[in-house]
Design a protein around this ligand. Structure first.
Ligand SMILES: [Cu+2]
Length: 289
């Protein structure tokens, strides 16, 4: 009996320590029009807290994240937390017309969920039309305090958010494509952290940079020990905290869309199947590379 009480006390102490180390992280997102200058011209975009990319959210595993979204933009939208497991909080996932109705212009909505059993850098983005092209930002989940990183401590951390830029209203780009049944216009630039960079005209510093970007020292092609160390550092993570196995086989289950085919006509079903095939081939390419 005393042994049982002891075990119970240990379990309660463990639970109390994990609850004590979790915090509530609260943010407000004000989504509204912002005029920015890219590629030599001014463009009005929807942005969060007047930033492109939007604010970086930093939490620890086990924390509760609360985000109040105030939609002051002219568009219906929702915010999706890309890659978050949403354990017992599926309703906070954010896909527009799937887990929630969009937040109308002038409306507000509060997302609340726990970041459980996962660590790493994810991102959040608008989940309505092409608005995700400008309404997005990083979500950094660090290990709980007192827990180590699942890899050697890096010298420096730099967030890199890749994106695309249109010299146009992105909602109009999508509507135009839908109206004529053609693919949307391709973007005018690729961006890193919201900026097109020196390869494009009129980038942030207006004049093209003449300096060669600094690259980290790379090992020589015949440096087998370094290559081996890299490989074992990666494979050594297997079985570590929050390890997620990478699938070795691609099949249609990975790419099932949440669209209910019963509510689609034949053309839409065919189109969805073609899209799935294209996506599947792309995923194969990426994994093979
Ligand atoms: Cu996403």
């Amino acid at each position: 009996m005393s042994r049982l009480l002891f075990l119970l006390a240990c379990a309660l102490a463990l639970l109390a320590s994990s609850v004590a180390s979790a915090a509530i992280v609260e943010h407000s997102f004000h989504v509204q029009n912002l005029t920015v200058r890219r590629l030599c011209s001014e463009q009005v975009i929807a942005a969060v807290n007047a930033k492109l990319p939007g604010p970086t959210l930093r939490v620890r595993e086990g924390d509760t994240l609360i985000v109040h979204v105030f939609n002051k933009s002219p568009y219906d939208l929702s915010i999706h937390w890309h890659g978050v497991f949403q354990l017992l909080s599926a309703w906070a996932d954010g896909p527009n017309m799937i887990t929630q109705c969009p937040i109308p212009p002038g409306g507000k909505y509060t997302y609340k969920f726990e970041l459980l059993q996962q660590e790493g850098t994810l991102w959040w983005h608008a989940h309505a039309s092409f608005l995700r092209a400008t309404v997005y930002g990083a979500l950094v989940i660090r290990p709980r305090s007192g827990h180590p990183y699942p890899f050697p401590k890096p010298n420096k951390e730099v967030l890199i958010l890749l994106g695309e830029w249109w010299n146009a209203n992105v909602v109009a780009v999508e509507s135009q494509a839908a109206a004529i049944g053609a693919p949307p216009n391709i973007s005018d630039a690729y961006t890193i952290n919201g900026l097109p960079g020196d390869l494009y005209n009129c980038s942030r510093n207006s004049a093209p940079s003449s300096t060669i970007p600094k690259m980290p020292p790379l090992p020589a092609f015949n440096d087998t020990p370094t290559a081996h160390k890299f490989f074992t550092s990666l494979t050594g993570l297997a079985g570590g905290p929050h390890w997620v196995p990478v699938p070795c086989q691609i099949d249609e289950h990975m790419l099932d869309s949440p669209v209910n085919e019963e509510h689609m006509d034949d053309t839409a079903v065919e189109e969805a199947n073609i899209n799935n095939i294209i996506v599947r081939e792309k995923v194969k390419e990426v994994l093979l590379v």
